[in-house]
Design a protein around this ligand. Sequence first.
Ligand code: SAH
Length: 225
Amino acid sequence: MPEQQDKIAAARESLLAEIADEIRETSGYLGKDALDPRVIAAIRKVPREEFVPASARDLAYLNRPLSIGHGQTISQPYIVAVMTDLLSLTPDARVLEIGTGCGYQTAILAELAARVHTVEVVASLADAARERLGRLGYANIEFRTGDGRAGWPEDAPYGAIIVTAAARDYPEALVEQLAPGGRMAVPIGRAGFTQLLTLVEKDEDGRASKSGRLPVAFVPLVEGH
Ligand code: SAH
């Protein structure tokens, strides 16, 4: 329905305006006061309403996280924007994502990079995300069900890695799979508390350094089977 589409487009624009405001308000943490225009374009393009439960469709464009079942959430759009922006993706990038969830962040990554590898520990979520992203036409995503804390070593190294659940400790195994010049965004700290969204940068000589960026609240990165 065209009216429905207009409504969605308007909701998406007001979401983008809210994200822009929040980026400005938190510029002290982020070290920048606007998103990369490519990140804005990706958020404008991905139909977030397709990633939330049918009962929550009306809430899809609110700037807040939503429950997607299995005790899991679809991340707040502002957080998706900040984490994606931190990765500084180029169109030729290969990205590893840990914590597919509903696949919304995965779709944003797939818009901006050449290839996305994504790992989800809950099989039913992984299956639903694979089906949904296939239906939406994404052909540059590879899915794996399992414990993402070990990464996806067979296809390493990656130019960017994003972890969308809270890591208790500095994730050495993942840092190892980062290419020289690569960037990783990962919330580090205990779940149930505030974690520190951390940027890990690997220089051309393979030396990694980290910097804390923003207090965040994610569900925990759990032990897989
Ligand atoms: N990226 C999602 C948010 C994911 S929520 C979005 O776009 O909204 C965090 C996800 O990480 C959950 O789906 C959870 O099941 C998953 N997860 C938790 N521990 C994991 C692990 N060890 N390996 C892979 N995925 C894990």
